[in-house]
Ligand binder design. Structure first.
Ligand code: HEM
Length: 407
C-alpha cells in the first residue's frame, strides 16, 4: 500500500532527526546572519541616499533606516564585504539543501494547522523556505551573469532578503531553545522527523555531515580564488568573471565590462576627440587628456572590487585627484559631491554619484595610468574614476563629464 508523504512511515531515511537538523540549523544561523549583514552593507556602499542614479531600490522606505555615508577607509572594505557575501553564499548551498532535506517530512505534515500559533509558524516556514530558495537562486544567477529573473536583481534580492530574514528571525526565536537542547542531549529525542520504519543505514549521521561539509569545502575552494590574483584566481572554476585570464602586463588584471560591451567608440577616445567636461560653482572647463596629464598627478594603490564578489589586489593608479578637479571649478577647500557620466552606452551604471568624503580623499583619482602604463580601453581609457573602498560599479570608466555640487 503506497503511503502519502504526509504519513510518517513514508520517509524512510534513518538519518533524519532533530540532532542532524539542529547541527545544520546552527551553522545556518551564523552563516545567514553574516549573509544578511554583508548584503545590507553591500547596498549601503552604493550611497543610495546620495542620488537616484546610485539607487536601484528607490522605494525601500523604512528598509533604508540603517544607511550611512560610506567611508573610504579601510580601502579594502568593499573587497572584503562582497568577497565574504558571495563566497559564503555559495559555500552554504550544500548546508541549506541538507537542512531542507532534513525537515521535508514537516512540510507535508497534516493537519496543516493545529492552532492559530501553529498556522502562523507554518506560514513563517513557507516564507523561510521560499525566501531562502529565492535569495540563493537569485544570488547564484546574478554571479553567473544569468539575468533570467523577472525584474531587477537589486530590487528582487533586496526585498527578498528582508522577507527571508524576517521569517528567519521568527524561526530562530521559536526553534533555537529546542535546537540547543537537542545538541546537548546525546540520545535522539522522540520526534516527527525520526522515521518510524527506517531503512537500514548506508551512512552514519556523522558521515552525512562530513559529506555536506565536503560539498561546502569544494564550493568554497572553487569560488574563493576570485578574490585573489595569480594562480589562486585560476582555481575559481565556478566564477565566470572571477577565474577568467586577464592577460599579462600592467593592464593584465580583472575587468567586468569590456569597452566593446559598453559600446565605446574608439574614435571618441582619441586625443583630438575626447575632452573631459568639468562643471561646478565657477562654470565649466574642458580638458584634453594631455592637459590633464600636465596637472599635478598623484598615485594610489587600490583594488577593483566588483559587486559580483570578485576583486583584484591593489593596482598602482596614477592620475589627477578628484578634489583638485573640484578646485578647478571653484571648490578650493570644501570638495562637494560629484556626478560622473561615462561615454558607455550599455551597462547599469553609466552615471554614478560620489559623496564629498569620497571626493576629498587624496587617494580618489581620475586615473590616466595604471601600473606605470596608459589605461587600456577595457580599463577605461582615456580616463576612469578610482576611489578607495567603493564598489566597482561606482568607479566609472570612460569618463566624459563630471558635475561638482551638492547632489
Ligand atoms: C548564494 C547566495 C547568494 C549570492 C551569490 C548573493 C549574491 C549577491 C550579490 C552579487 C549582491 C550584489 C548585488 C549588486 O549590488 O549588484 C548581493 C547583494 C545583496 N544580498 Fe546577496 N547573495 C546571496 C545570498 C543572500 C542571502 C541569503 C541574503 C539575505 C539573507 C542576501 C542579501 C543581500 C542583500 C540585502 C544585498 C543588497 C542588495 C542590493 O544591493 O540592492 N544575499 N548578493
Amino acid at each position: 500500500m503506497t503511503r502519502s508523504p504526509s504519513s510518517p512511515g513514508f520517509w524512510r531515511s534513518p538519518l533524519r532527526g532533530p540532532r542532524l537538523t539542529s547541527v545544520l540549523g546552527v551553522v545556518l544561523l551564523g552563516g545567514i546572519t553574516v549573509l544578511f549583514v554583508t548584503g545590507l552593507v553591500s547596498y549601503a556602499a552604493y550611497n543610495p541616499n546620495l542620488s537616484p542614479v546610485n539607487d536601484k531600490t528607490p522605494d525601500k522606505g523604512i528598509l533604508g533606516f540603517y544607511l550611512f555615508s560610506w567611508p573610504t577607509d579601510p580601502h579594502w572594505l568593499y573587497r572584503l564585504n562582497q568577497g565574504v557575501h558571495v563566497t559564503l553564499g555559495v559555500t552554504l548551498i550544500p548546508v541549506l539543501l541538507a537542512k531542507l532535506w532534513s525537515v521535508i517530512p514537516r512540510l507535508f505534515a497534516l493537519p496543516p494547522a493545529r492552532s492559530l500559533a501553529h498556522a502562523l509558524e507554518r506560514i513563517s516556514l513557507l516564507l523561510l523556505v521560499g525566501g531562502a530558495l529565492f535569495e540563493f537562486v537569485t544570488g547564484v544567477l546574478n554571479i553567473q551573469l544569468d539575468y533570467i529573473f523577472p525584474g531587477s536583481f537589486y530590487t528582487l534580492h533586496f526585498y527578498g532578503a528582508w522577507v527571508f530574514f524576517a521569517a528567519f528571525i521568527v524561526h530562530v526565536v521559536l526553534k533555537t531553545p529546542m535546537a540547543l537542547r537537542n545538541l546537548r542531549h546525546l540520545r535522539e529525542e522522540k520526534d516527527d522527523l525520526v522515521s518510524p520504519r527506517p531503512d537500514p543505514p548506508t551512512v552514519s549521521r556523522r558521515g552525512a555531515l562530513w559529506f555536506v561539509g565536503g560539498g561546502s569545502l569544494l564550493l568554497f575552494a572553487t569560488t574563493v580564488g576570485q578574490s585573489f590574483d595569480g594562480l589562486l584566481r585560476r582555481t575559481a572554476l565556478l566564477a565566470p568573471h572571477g577565474g577568467a585570464d586577464p592577460g599579462s602586463g600592467p593592464n593584465g588584471f580583472q575587468i567586468n565590462k569590456t569597452a566593446r560591451y559598453a559600446g565605446i567608440d574608439a574614435a571618441e577616445t582619441t586625443e583630438d576627440a575626447w575632452h573631459l567636461v568639468v562643471t561646478g560653482r565657477t562654470g565649466t572647463v574642458r580638458l584634453s587628456r594631455a592637459q590633464l596629464a600636465r596637472l599635478p598627478l598623484h598615485s594610489a594603490a587600490l583594488p577593483i572590487a566588483c559587486v559580483e564578489g570578485w576583486s583584484t589586489s591593489d593596482q598602482w593608479w596614477l592620475g589627477v585627484r578628484l578634489r583638485d578637479l573640484a578646485a578647478l571649478v571653484g571648490y578650493d577647500d570644501d570638495p562637494p559631491d560629484v556626478l560622473v557620466e561615462s561615454l558607455q552606452r550599455r551597462g547599469a551604471f553609466r552615471r554614478a554619484a560620489l559623496r564629498a568624503n569620497q571626493v576629498a580623499d587624496p587617494r580618489s583619482l581620475l586615473a590616466l595610468y595604471v601600473n606605470g602604463e596608459d589605461l587600456s580601453p577595457d580599463h577605461g581609457f582615456p580616463a576612469r574614476i578610482i576611489v578607495p573602498a567603493a564598489p566597482g560599479v561606482l568607479n566609472t570608466k570612460w569618463v566624459a563629464r563630471m558635475t561638482f555640487g551638492d547632489l
